[in-house]
Design a protein around this ligand. Structure first.
Ligand code: HAM
Length: 426
């Protein structure tokens, strides 16, 4: 029994793990795809601290949201300040944007991040207390083209990873005025049925009635089938914006579903909201989501610039890839394993390895003085493609036998010309 164990709701990402999705080379693969796409779309990486002052999150996410009410890791530092481990990525990016006056200082207003985030969730499959998001935030454009660029980036990311059978849910929650009207109508509609609503929804009736819409409780779902629809209350500008977003998505060949119950769990959204779901990963089926949050920058003390973005959970993305059996990158294996048999040979092997590693080859050296048989077994276990034994004779002659593990065949090579005998940089 180990003396220390990992705390609840979090996980290690290791080179090898019984759970494939926790293997680090798959994380690299997904992160590289994200970075490559952001480069193509001209989004720039930002890295903000793990924690921020608590009020940044209460102000932006909203005091009635589940995240602020029950999921933040909030603590007091030694100076008595209230700090919170970031539960989401949007507010920190905006805080940095405002603080560094990037609206004036820089022309680059499109950002991405690959962050760990922290939410004190009840433990269940697909919900972690530390999860990782790939997210983007585009600041400055109010055009529906911007909404669609963001959605296209997300969709292309999933496609590049080989995911399929995904559903893009799309909705508009309009402006403040439309939401106020809708809130009143929804409450009116639900009032006679209050006692039939789930306990959670009854609580939300007064604090955050919009969130009742995306309740998963069967009793609520039945009631909500006939509920008033937000889209019918949109003002002319919001309506035109939403229509254009739908047209452009169709134009770009991205299928979507208008989802009258999509409201999202953070309070900063306005107009377009979206979420991508997969049936492959059980109840926590949301792979990613986002939308517009036009008033947020101003509310946080910045310029009044329209913005939109998304966040997608890398755990769920990896789990979906595995559940769908998509082609995964191979486990990284060394090209060559050097087996020096004596101390003097070790020095030579060290030089050879350094030269080859400098050329980009993956080279392993046995430093544990294994017996030859054990060393070969180890080379086999780590899937080394070639093995080179360096003993006294090899040192003296400057020649050795390069053994290919898969075929068992060997051929003589000059130690100082080893790179010529290896396949080009793999
Ligand atoms: P969110 O919907 O709260 O949005 O999270 C985005 C995604 O992160 C979810 O769809 C899910 O895949 C993943 N996720 C969230 N919580 C957990 C968890 N506890 N465990 C595992 N995965 C989780 C946001 O956070 C917004 N900041 C997105 C955004 C950016 N909107 C505009 N810009």
């Amino acid at each position: 029994m180990a003396r220390y164990s990992i705390t609840r709701g979090v996980f290690d990402i290791l080179p090898e793990d019984t759970e494939l999705w926790r293997q680090v080379h798959l994380w690299h693969y997904v992160e590289e795809r994200a970075r490559a796409l952001c480069k193509a779309y001209h989004y720039h990486e930002v890295r903000t601290p793990l924690f921020e002052t608590t009020d940044l999150f209460t102000q932006s996410i909203g005091t009635t949201s589940d995240i602020v009410k029950k999921e933040m890791f909030t603590f007091e530092d030694r100076g008595g300040r209230s700090l919170t481990l970031r539960p989401e990525g949007t507010a920190p990016v905006l805080r940095a944007f405002i603080e560094k006056n990037l609206a004036q200082q820089s022309h680059l207003h499109k950002f991405f991040y690959l962050y760990p985030l922290f939410r004190y969730e009840r433990q269940q499959a697909g919900r972690y207390r530390q999860h990782h998001q790939f997210g983007v935030e585009a600041i400055g454009a109010s055009s529906p083209f911007q909404d669609v660029e963001v959605i296209l980036l997300l969709w292309t990311f999933y496609q590049a990873l080989g995911l399929r059978d995904l559903t893009l849910h799309l909705h508009s929650i309009g402006d403040e005025e439309a939401r106020r009207l809708f809130r009143d109508q929804l409450k009116e509609y639900l009032r006679p049925h209050l006692s039939n609503l789930s306990e959670e929804s009854r609580e939300r009736y007064d604090t955050n009635p919009l969130r009742i819409l995306d309740s998963k409780a069967p009793e609520d779902k039945a009631l909500l089938a006939e509920a008033p629809r937000m889209l019918e209350l949109l003002g002319p500008a919001s309506r035109a914006h939403f229509t254009r977003v739908c047209e452009l998505l169709t134009e770009m060949g991205i299928p979507f579903l208008i989802d009258h119950r999509l409201v999202r769990g953070l309070d900063y959204y306005t107009d377009t909201v979206f979420e991508v779901t997969s049936d492959a990963i059980g109840a926590q089926n949301s792979l990613g989501g986002g939308g517009r949050y036009d008033g947020l920058l101003k509310r946080l003390g910045g310029p009044d610039l329209p913005s939109c973005g998304f966040g997608t959970g890398l755990e769920r993305v990896l789990q979906t890839m595995i559940a769908q059996g998509v082609a995964l990158p191979p486990f990284p294996t060394p090209l060559l394993m050097l087996l020096p048999l004596r101390e003097a040979a070790k020095t030579k092997a060290f030089h050879l390895a350094a030269a080859l590693r400098a050329q980009g080859y993956t080279v392993e050296i046995d430093l544990q003085d294994r017996k030859l048989k054990q060393a070969l077994r180890y080379a086999d276990q780590i899937h080394a493609r070639f093995v080179l034994i360096i003993g006294e004779e090899e040192l003296a002659s400057g020649k050795a036998e390069l053994k290919e593990m898969a075929t068992g065949t060997s051929r003589p090579v000059l130690l100082d010309r080893l790179a010529d005998a290896l396949p080009k940089n793999s």
